[in-house]
Design a protein around this ligand. Structure first.
Ligand SMILES: Cc1cc2nc3c(=O)[nH]c(=O)nc-3n(C[C@H](O)[C@H](O)[C@H](O)COP(=O)(O)OP(=O)(O)OC[C@H]3O[C@@H](n4cnc5c(N)ncnc54)[C@H](O)[C@@H]3O)c2cc1C
Length: 301
C-alpha cells in the first residue's frame, strides 16, 4: 500500500473486519484508519494515492463483509473529536462516531424528546444518517414509526478530496434505509428535538430496550433485519416465516427461530455461508409469493 509518509504509522494493517462488525464476519482490511479529527482526515484524503478505495465504517451493525482480503482502507470515527455532543436548547450537534444508545441517554437526561426510537439501534450517528435508520417507538401498531430524517436539520460532510460542507436537510434525499450521502463522509449532524420529561423519556427508552430483547434474537451475532421490507407494507420476516424457513441453516449461518428476518452467526459463520442462505431465502420467497427480497445489510468487499 503506497501511503503518504505522514500516515504510514496511522493506518493499521492486519485488522480483521470480523472484530468490527456485529455479525462477527469479515476478512482482513487493506488498512484501518481512525482519524484524530477532521483536519487530519482531510490531509489524509488529499494525499491518498489515486484509486485507493476507502470505506466509512460505524459500529458495523449493518454490514456483511466478505471473507478474505478486502482491498479498502476502513475509516472509523471513533476518536473523542467525533464523539462530542453539544446541546443548545432543543438543538443538538453530535459527532458521527457517537453511539445511538449513548446519544439517546444524554439527550433524555437533558429533558429532550423525539429521539428515543434510536435508543435500541446498535449503530453510530454517522451510520444512522447514512442509512436513514428508523424504528417504532413501540413495536405494536400503537407505536409511531420514525426515521432519523424526521429529526435531522443538517449534516456536516467531507468529500473524497477532503473538502468540508454543511448540507441542509433539503439538500439530502432520504428514503427507506437510504440517504443520498453515499460517497461522502459524515462528520457530524444537527438534530432538532422537543422539550420533554426526563422521567417519561427514561421510561420510553427502558421499554424500547425491553421490547427488543423480547422480540429480537440478540444472543447471537447478526446484522439485525437482513432484508428490506418489500413495497406494499408486507414484512420480510412474515414472508420468510410463512415459507417455513425459521431455523434454515447453511454452515454456521442460521435463520433465527425468534425473528425470521434475522440471520444469525451461530459461531464461525463465513460470509459465504450467509450469502448461500440469503439466496435460498430469496428463491423460496420468490417461488412462493413472486416477491423479490433485497438485502438491507450492505455487502462489502
Ligand atoms: C440487533 C440489531 C438491531 C437493529 N435494529 C435496527 C432498527 O431498528 N432500525 C434500523 O434502521 N436499523 C437497525 N439495525 C441496523 C443498524 O444498526 C443500522 O442500520 C445503523 O444505523 C447502522 O449504523 P452503523 O454505525 O453500525 O453503520 P455501519 O453498519 O458501520 O455502516 C452502515 C452504512 O453506513 C455508512 N456509514 C457509517 N458511518 C458513516 C460515516 N461516518 N460517514 C458516511 N457513511 C457512514 C457505511 O459506509 C455503510 O454504508 C439493527 C442492527 C442490529 C445488529
Amino acid at each position: 500500500m503506497n501511503l503518504p509518509k505522514a500516515f504510514k504509522n496511522k493506518v493499521k494493517k492486519g485488522e480483521f473486519l470480523r472484530r468490527h462488525t456485529t455479525f462477527g464476519i469479515g476478512g482482513e482490511a487493506l488498512g484501518w484508519y481512525e482519524p484524530l479529527d477532521s483536519r487530519e482526515l482531510s490531509g489524509f484524503l488529499k494525499r491518498l494515492p489515486k484509486g485507493t478505495d476507502v470505506f466509512a465504517i460505524g459500529a458495523g451493525s449493518n454490514l456483511l463483509v466478505r471473507d478474505g482480503r478486502i482491498s479498502k482502507i476502513f475509516i472509523r470515527f471513533s476518536k473523542p473529536f467525533f464523539r462530542k455532543i453539544d446541546i443548545s436548547g432543543v438543538r443538538v450537534r453530535a459527532g458521527a462516531g457517537v453511539s445511538l444508545g449513548a446519544l439517546a441517554r444524554a439527550l433524555v437526561d437533558q429533558g429532550l424528546t423525539g429521539h428515543e426510537f434510536l435508543s435500541g439501534i446498535p449503530g453510530t450517528l454517522g451510520g444512522a444518517v447514512a442509512m436513514n435508520a428508523g424504528a417504532r417507538t413501540v413495536f405494536d401498531d400503537s407505536g409511531t414509526y420514525r426515521e432519523i430524517k424526521d429529526i435531522v436539520e443538517d449534516v456536516e460532510v467531507m468529500d473524497r478530496r477532503g473538502r468540508v460542507r454543511i448540507l441542509g436537510k433539503d439538500k439530502i434525499k432520504f428514503s427507506y434505509r437510504h440517504s443520498s450521502l453515499g460517497p461522502l463522509f459524515i462528520l457530524a449532524a444537527s438534530l432538532k428535538l422537543r422539550r420533554g420529561s426526563v422521567a417519561q423519556g427514561r421510561k420510553m427508552i427502558a421499554r424500547i430496550q425491553r421490547e427488543r430483547r423480547t422480540r429480537q434474537e440478540l444472543s447471537y451475532p447478526s446484522a439485525g433485519s437482513f432484508f428490506r421490507n418489500p413495497r406494499g407494507g408486507d414484512s420480510a420476516g412474515r414472508l420468510i416465516d410463512l415459507c417455513g424457513l425459521k431455523g434454515a441453516r447453511v454452515g454456521c449461518a442460521c435463520v433465527s427461530s425468534k425473528h425470521a428476518n434475522f440471520i444469525l452467526n451461530k459461531g464461525g459463520a463465513t460470509c459465504d455461508d450467509v450469502m448461500k442462505l440469503m439466496e435460498i431465502i430469496r428463491k423460496t420467497v420468490y417461488n412462493r409469493y413472486k416477491i423479490r427480497l433485497h438485502p438491507e445489510v450492505k455487502i462489502v468487499g
